[in-house]
Each structure stands twice: as structure tokens, then as C-alpha cells.
Design a protein around this ligand. Sequence first.
Ligand code: SAM
Ligand code: SF4
Ligand code: F3S
Length: 453
Amino acid sequence: MMTQQNLDKSNNKKKIYIKTFGCQMNEYDSNRIYDAVNKIGFEKTDNYEDASCYLLNTCHIRDKAKEKVYHEIGRVKKIFRFKKKPLVIIAGCVAQAENQEMLRREPYIDLVIGPQAYHKINDTILNHIEKTKKIEETEFDAISKFEYFNKIKNGSGKISSFLTIQEGCDKFCHFCVVPYTRGPEYSRPFKQILDEAKYLAETGTKEIILLGQNVNAYNNEKYRLSNLILEIEKYSDIKRIRYTTSHPKDMSDDLIEVYKYSKKLMPLVHLPVQSGSNKVLDLMNRKHTIAEYYKIYNRLKEINSNIQFSSDFIIGYPGEEEEDFSATFKLIQKIKFINSYSFIFSPRPGTVAADLKLIEKKISMERLEIIQSQLYDNQMNMNKSLENKTINVLVENLTDDKTQVFGRSEYMTSVIFNGKKEDIGKIVAVKINKSNRSTLFGERDFSSNQKVA
Ligand code: SAM
Ligand code: SF4
Ligand code: F3S
């Protein structure tokens, strides 16, 4: 039976466009959804006007996440006003949180599918095409999801590829929706991850970024994150390894020690602290203190003084007083965090902190500005310190105008220099001439193989 939608099963012109919001895990999922739906004839398109299927992979972490989705649907409706309606799918964390409610509120939506049900996406789409029935799939089933993805090759083919190793969270910080949208902690089997890493290495990946909502809580049989790092670095084609996002409580001895032995683990540790005040950490239910955080910092710095830290901060959490805020400011000055994220607390429905008394918006905004200005200074100083030095850059692509190349430093900072197409996928020495807060500019340094940073 043919549907009225732009899904022509008789020719092979089904195209899917995915718009992704939120964290790297959503990006990973979007790429795996592309791989999966390819099996039922959907080709990826970067031009949304061409799409016969429009999928929104949503994030629920802050602000008016739900409203943003309905707003986006409004935009899609306009784009397709005089065309055939695409199949509209809502995936990701808002889908998980809102499920059936979305189908009721917006009839333009055809399918709602939560992050743990992506293994059912092809069946769900095919069922819908055949029966044109609105479907909602939001059960928690991480095992089936990864077993299914494991059978479909990861088609990333990128120089730097994400690889999700762990999903979900059992920590229940009082501000956070993740335990509700991503479900309980689940670690993928060790061998399954290594197979995927090997395939990525064989298909052009040079850098693997291991992902998890609490990536360092990875725990499968006797294996931990440190084992994965040491095993993946045996693949000679993989030149760099990173992991994100980690929790201070799971910064175990073996993971700290791995910085002594690993040759490919990058010297940037993204370790969210949220606040510099023990009182606020306690109110947040973070399960660690500032002293414990410093201990991790000092141990890692002792192992390698070049290690830098980046972090996430929540400003204006209910109960944050001036002295708590000052403690956060001091921590940022002391640790000199680079590449960090900071946001004002956003109450999330269903979480413990949802109904707490908010502090005045004006105060939160002022505090955020102060914090961000310090974080920007740290970043600028770090980048300035690299001027006139030679650093190692993993080249990812040509710049848009194709006259230069784009890559990343060991600290994830963008680097633009006069490289060639042949440099893509290689680590090359670049002398930095100029910098701004987000980017380093330089030229190939043929005189040096020296590793500086
Ligand atoms: N698991 C990581 C950890 O515990 O540090 C964080 C993962 S969470 C997806 C990413 C970041 O979102 C958090 O570190 C936090 O700073 C921010 N975040 C989460 N809930 C928030 C909220 N209600 N308001 C503002 N920021 C929030
Ligand atoms: Fe959210 Fe991270 Fe806390 Fe888990 S540990 S509840 S993901 S902030
Ligand atoms: Fe957002 Fe879900 Fe990631 S809420 S940050 S997309 S885990």
C-alpha cells in the first residue's frame, strides 16, 4: 500500500536528513541511525529540503528543550508546505521524556523513538509506511540497541570518530535528566567495542573518542576504561585516544595510572566539577568533594605536567551564595581550566532540583559572565603560550575555501595552517604564529619533528 508521504519504495530515492542537538552521544547515535536506515534504502542527505524522512535527534539537558522541538517542527512544516510531507521522527532525550504526549500535541509527528530503542528503528519505519500508524518506542533496552548496532558496521569513516562504550547513569545528580532519559548505566561488552574500534581503524579513523554519559564508570566483566585504552592503542592506525564525559568519583587508580603508560591518550582531561563549593556539590548530590577533585588533579599533574583540564560548570544552583560562587571562581583560577562549558542552572521536570527556589536571574547572569570571562582568559593564555612554538596537529580536512587545512592540537583546539590534501589523516608539526580564543594559526614546520605540546 502506498502512503501519501514522500516514501517511494518502488525507486531508491528515499533520503533521510537528521538534525542533531545535544551531546556527542547524540552525534554518535545519529551516525548509527544513518548506518541502520541505509539497510532499508534511506540515503543520507545534507540538504533537508530533499528529505523524505526528517529526523530530529533531541536533547533535554537545559532550557526549553521541548518547546525548541515544536518550534523546529513548525519550521519543517513551512519548508514542506508545497511539497510532499516527509516522514517526521522525533528521537533522543526529549522523545524519551515526552513520548506519547508529542504525538498527541503535534499530529505532524509520525514516530517517537527513545535512545534505547534505536535497534527497532527500521521495523518502526517499515511498520509505519505499511500501516501509517503513529508509533511510540521508548522502552529502555541498551543491550539490544548495541547488539543490533554491532551487526551494522560503523560507517563514520572520519579521521576523528566517536565510539560509545557506556550509556546511562545511576548517579542521579539532583539537577540532571540523564538518568531518566538514558536509563541505568550499561557498559558494552569489551570485545564488541574492540571490533568496532578495529573497523574504524581499517576505514580511515585516526582518532577515537570513547563516549559515555559517565564514560569512566565503564565496567564490563573484568574490564575497565583503562583496559580499553591500552587495547585500542595497539591498533597502529589509531594515533590518538580521548574519552568523555567522566565523573570525578570514577577517576579510579588504574585510569590515573594509564597516563603513565599510554602513548596515545591525549593530555586533556575533561572532568566536570560543576561547582567549587563543597556545600553546593552536596546540594547537587555530586558525591565528591573539592579536596578529592584536587587530589585527582595533583596526581595527574605529577604524572605529566603537560596535562590540562577542562570542565562543566553550573552557575546559580539553588542555594549558591556569594562565597560558594567565589570558591568556584578560585578553583577556575587555580586549575586554569581550558575548553570548558558553563551554564546557568536550568530546572528540569522530574528531577529533585526541579522545584527548588531559584536565585535571582540577574545575579546568576552576573556570576556566569564573571566565570566565562575567566574561562576565556584561561583559553586565550593557553593559546598565546603556544605562539612561536611547534605543536603536533592531527589534520582532519581542508578548510571550506580549500586553501588551507584544518586539524586539532592535542588539547582539541582547532588549528588552521598551510597544509595539503595529502596531510589529511596525518599528525604533522605546525609552528603557531597567531592565535585567538578558539583557533591557532600557523604553518608547516618541516624543520621539526619535535613534540612540544
Ligand atoms: N556525566 C557528566 C558529569 O557528571 O559530569 C555530565 C553529563 S551532562 C550530559 C553534561 C553537563 O550538562 C553537566 O556536566 C552539567 O554541567 C550540564 N547540566 C546538566 N543538567 C543541567 C541543568 N539542569 N542545568 C544546567 N546545566 C546542566
Ligand atoms: Fe547527569 Fe552526569 Fe550527574 Fe549522571 S553523573 S546525573 S549524567 S550530571
Ligand atoms: Fe542531552 Fe541527552 Fe546528551 S539530554 S546532553 S542528548 S544525554
